[in-house]
Ligand binder design. Structure first.
Ligand code: CA
Length: 228
């Protein structure tokens, strides 16, 4: 089972985080520089990348995530952001992260986030095919793939989670909180506004694939629904 890549340039913090994850039985590869992170990502597959934004010399975590997404939409990326401002969170998610954790990182929160991420990343895919469609959109829950107007969509796990939940809701409105709880299987510590960024990316990818980005309807003050 591919493990966790932890990228954090603060030696003490990296050690504390790695120790906590190792104690939970995870396979952790911890690195402290952007160069080592790029090497590790080029050399192997990981289920989860915990990626600090501020890394000293070289590309920062946001840029590393952006580069990673060019080749790999599927790996689960959780950004570690230093500040809890909306701009920082949006920047991390805009780069293609599935989720984010703000510093100082509490160990209980970290362990909870990692469990949720790995549940999503390691979800079995050898079950019967389970293809659901609505309008021009189709999702295959077992293969974790999706199409718009029969064109494949390259989605992150969080984007796929949002789309799958909306298709399953069959036109019913889902609140941001409900979407958070559905895609992460827990709603601890998360900001529902993160959903807005994932939806923004989804609409963009659906439109570029030749689908109808307007199928995902914003229901003001509530959340989202999917038109047929
Ligand atoms: Ca740092």
């Amino acid at each position: 089972v591919p493990g966790i890549l932890l990228v954090e340039d603060d030696d003490d913090l990296r050690e504390v985080m790695a120790d906590a994850l190792l104690a939970d039985g995870h396979d952790v590869h911890a690195v402290g520089t952007a160069a080592a992170a790029l090497d590790a990502l080029a050399g192997g597959a990981f289920s989860l990348v915990l990626l600090d934004v501020g890394l000293g010399p070289g590309p920062d975590g946001v840029e590393i995530c952006r580069r990673l997404r060019v080749t790999d939409a599927g790996v689960y990326v959780t950004m570690l952001t230093a500040r809890d401002t909306e701009a920082d969170i949006v920047m991390a998610l805009e780069a293609g992260a599935d989720d984010y954790v703000t510093k100082p990182v509490g160990i209980a929160e970290l362990r909870s986030r990692v469990r949720a991420a790995l549940r999503r990343a390691d979800r079995p895919t050898d079950t019967d095919r389970d293809v659901l469609a609505r309008g021009l959109l189709a999702v295959d829950a077992s293969a974790r793939s999706a199409t718009a107007a029969d064109q494949p969509l390259s989605l992150t796990m969080s984007e796929f989670g949002v789309l799958e939940a909306l298709v399953r809701a069959d036109g019913r409105v889902l609140s941001r909180e409900k979407l958070i709880a559905t895609i992460f299987e827990d709603d601890a510590y998360r900001d529902p506004r993160a959903i807005d960024v994932h939806v923004h990316h989804l609409r963009d990818k659906i439109g570029k694939a030749g689908g109808d980005a307007g199928q995902i309807v914003t229901v003001r003050g509530v959340g989202y629904r999917l038109d047929a």
